[in-house]
Design a protein around this ligand. Structure first.
Ligand code: CMC
Length: 377
């Protein structure tokens, strides 16, 4: 019997979800029914998180309650700080993020309580606690001291405050907020599916998120935002260059890369074949940062690569493509980009964990054996 193999589970519909709808035909993405572009234009990231968890937008009382909760759960847990301090400065920041979530889970009194109430509490705590992990890790790599969170700032303002130790300008906060909203959720992508697989065994929430972080690290998934910046670095970033010259160099680089059959991260998508629905909104945020920092030449690199990829292969950018240079302009080290994706995707992962738990079936596909026929010693 020959089984039909769906390599990479391509085209396989594994389950229902009410968290988000990715529609490649109309290039749209809905979170709980709302177009992500509208959410990014109008809502705080905290409100989008509540929408993803609860299925509905929060009313004023729910917003206020979560506002107070989130602001009071931001400080870096000393046990997490001690664990981070044991990790080498040259390990990947995704390893730090993965370890931090694991330590939080091991110390959580509700770790083994998977009631919906306990799960939601753990999700909200993780959402509130993770920015301090990224911020502290970024700072320790620069030999800088921890910066304590500030309760008078919102999520995005405080994230940037804890990372850079100064209040970020409104334009930067807004671009950061938009990136968080766009990165929050995307149906059964590899890391979310990983979280659902782990949840399906009835393991705890922190185990599922820790595993999801492992899946997100790879350059075919979240690691692509970091890889995009490495491409820019390989081409060479020169703020004194004109936009046109930068575009010409980037175009030549891409032609060479494609001639060498290289895969260029930040382009292509398993589901979207005619453009990633999130790119126009993220590109607007990048444009705003390029204007704010006066770095037109970066846009030259961006345009040159995009044009050459489009001409040669008709493959379009994905969200990681504009997100990478946006985080670079904000001042994050390149290796910190994917941990920023974790901070955002904690919302989507934990919404899916709850959905999986509420209607669980162990995820356990079959395989078609192609090893040696039965043989004997
Ligand atoms: N650069 C060069 N060629 C590409 C690229 C790319 N980025 N993406 C696809 N192709 C080519 C690929 O080489 C193949 O060509 P051929 O048929 O001649 O062998 C064809 O397009 C189909 O590619 P595939 O990898 O089989 O298609 P897929 O649906 O499995 O790929 C993908 C989806 C995201 C893995 C792939 O496009 C890719 O590797 N992109 C780069 C990594 C990346 O940017 N990932 C981020 C994904 S979106 C956001 C996120 O999750 O973070």
């Amino acid at each position: 019997m020959t089984e039909e193999i769906h390599k990479g589970l391509a085209g396989v519909v594994a389950d229902h979800t009410a968290v988000s709808k990715v529609n490649p035909e109309s290039n749209s993405l809905l979170y709980r029914g709302y177009p992500v572009q509208q959410l990014a234009a109008e809502l705080a990231f905290e409100e989008v998180a509540l929408l993803l968890w609860n299925g509905e937008l929060p009313d004023a009382a729910q917003k206020e309650e979560f506002r107070a909760f989130e602001r009071s759960h931001r400080a870096l847990d000393p046990r997490v700080k001690s664990a981070i301090d044991l990790l080498p400065l040259d390990c990947h920041p995704m390893d730090v993020g993965r370890t931090a979530v694991s330590v939080l889970g091991a110390n959580h009194p509700l770790s083994e309580d998977s009631s919906p109430e306990a799960e939601l509490t753990k999700a909200k705590e993780l959402f509130a606690a993770f920015p301090a992990v990224v911020a502290y890790d970024q700072r320790r790599r620069r030999q800088l001291q921890l910066v304590e969170p500030r309760e008078d700032l919102d999520y995005s303002q405080n994230f940037l405050w804890m990372t850079f130790g100064e209040e970020a300008p409104e334009e930067v906060v807004d671009a950061f907020r938009v990136s968080m909203v766009l990165y929050a959720e995307h149906s059964f992508n590899a890391s979310t599916f990983t979280a659902r697989v782990v949840t399906s065994t009835l393991a705890d929430l922190h185990s599922a998120v820790t595993a999801a972080i492992g899946a997100l690290k790879g350059p075919l998934h979240g690691g692509a935002n970091e890889a995009v910046m490495h491409t820019f670095e390989e081409i060479g970033i020169n703020p004194a260059e004109t936009r046109e010259d930068a575009a010409a160099r980037a175009k030549a680089w891409m032609e060479q890369a494609l001639a060498e059959k290289r895969k260029v991260m930040g382009f292509g998508h398993r589901v979207y074949k005619s453009g990633d629905s999130r790119v126009p909104t993220m590109k607007q945020a990048l444009d705003a940062m390029v204007d704010y920092y006066g770095r037109g030449e970066l846009m030259g690199l961006y345009d040159g690569l995009e044009a050459a990829m489009g001409e040669a292969k008709n493959i379009l950018p994905n969200l990681d493509y504009p997100a990478g240079p946006t985080y670079h302009l904000m001042g994050f080290d390149t290796e910190m980009f994917t941990p920023l994706f974790i901070a955002a995707r904690i919302t989507g992962w934990t919404a899916h964990i709850a959905e999986q738990r509420a209607n669980n079936a162990l995820i356990r596909p079959l395989s078609a054996y192609n090893g040696p026929e039965e043989r004997h010693l």
